[in-house]
Design a binder for this molecule. Structure first.
Ligand code: PGA
Length: 252
């Protein structure tokens, strides 16, 4: 059975005070052993959160695809690893649209991350226009296939995919559990094609886009939804903990 992963993506939000509050709240939580909790703060707080965390994981939100060099302002996977973090979110739609990250660049970042032994969370998702014009499967298929194009079969142990419909991110408009399940099943079928049924059946696929304490249960109850990538609601420690508890109860 696949584990559940509840991941918070703080984006460019939060501060030192929130690092303390979130760790106090999560450190004492009783969460099912099959539920993994992850918090991804801005990278300057990674080491501090790693030191404060007891029983939950810490991740970054981006990386540079090269190991070192003249890339002012960038961070390599090796540097992120040295902070003690264990995950990196890649290809988030905000990075694709605002920082013009192509599928090819995202694919090299995924490879750089897994080669360091960190787990890559590859984000994919369609815009409303792409969905309404009937291009959903084409877009998702390209993002998934190019995102994993550099991976060996062994690398899939260090891969998570997050389906985040762009129209649902930060908008309060969640995909319905049925809409999300349909795309998750489609993503799993793509993985069968590129990596085989065994890898595909073990791959954790998260849903992201306005997940909160009210809608988490029905989304997480879908067979191919293995967790959430949570933005806004992850900045509220009580609500984030509630979502972790919902995931935990679903494992009982
Ligand atoms: P949201 O963000 O939960 O605020 O919609 C999710 C994400 O962008 O990962």
């Amino acid at each position: 059975m696949r584990k559940t992963l509840i991941a918070g993506n703080w984006k460019m939000n939060g501060d030192r005070a929130l690092i303390n509050t979130i760790s106090n709240s999560l450190n004492n939580a009783e969460i099912h052993a099959q539920v993994e909790v992850l918090v991804c703060p801005p990278s300057v707080y990674l080491s501090e959160l790693v030191d404060a965390a007891n029983g939950f994981n810490v991740g970054a939100q981006n990386v540079h695809q090269n190991q070192s060099g003249a890339f002012t302002g960038e961070l390599s996977a090796g540097m992120l690893k040295e902070t003690g973090c264990s995950y990196v979110i890649l290809g988030h739609s905000e990075r694709r649209s605002m920082f013009i990250e192509s599928d090819e660049v995202v694919g090299s970042k995924v490879k750089a991350v897994v080669d360091e032994g960190l787990t890559a969370i590859l984000c994919v998702g369609e815009t409303l226009e792409e969905r309404e014009s009937g291009n959903l499967e084409k877009v998702i298929s390209k993002q998934v296939k190019e995102g994993v194009s550099n991976l060996t079969l062994a690398n899939y142990e260090h891969l998570v995919i997050a389906y985040e419909p762009v129209w649902a991110i930060g908008t309060g408009k969640t995909a319905s559990p049925e809409q999300a399940q349909e795309v998750h099943a489609f993503i799993r079928s793509l993985l069968v094609e590129v990596a085989g049924a065994d890898v595909a059946s073990r791959l954790v696929i998260l849903y992201g886009g306005s997940m909160n304490a009210n809608n988490a249960e029905t989304l997480l109850a879908q067979v191919d939804i293995d967790g959430g990538l949570i933005g806004g609601a992850s900045l509220k420690p009580d609500e984030f903990l509630t979502i972790c508890r919902i995931a935990s109860d679903l494992k009982l």
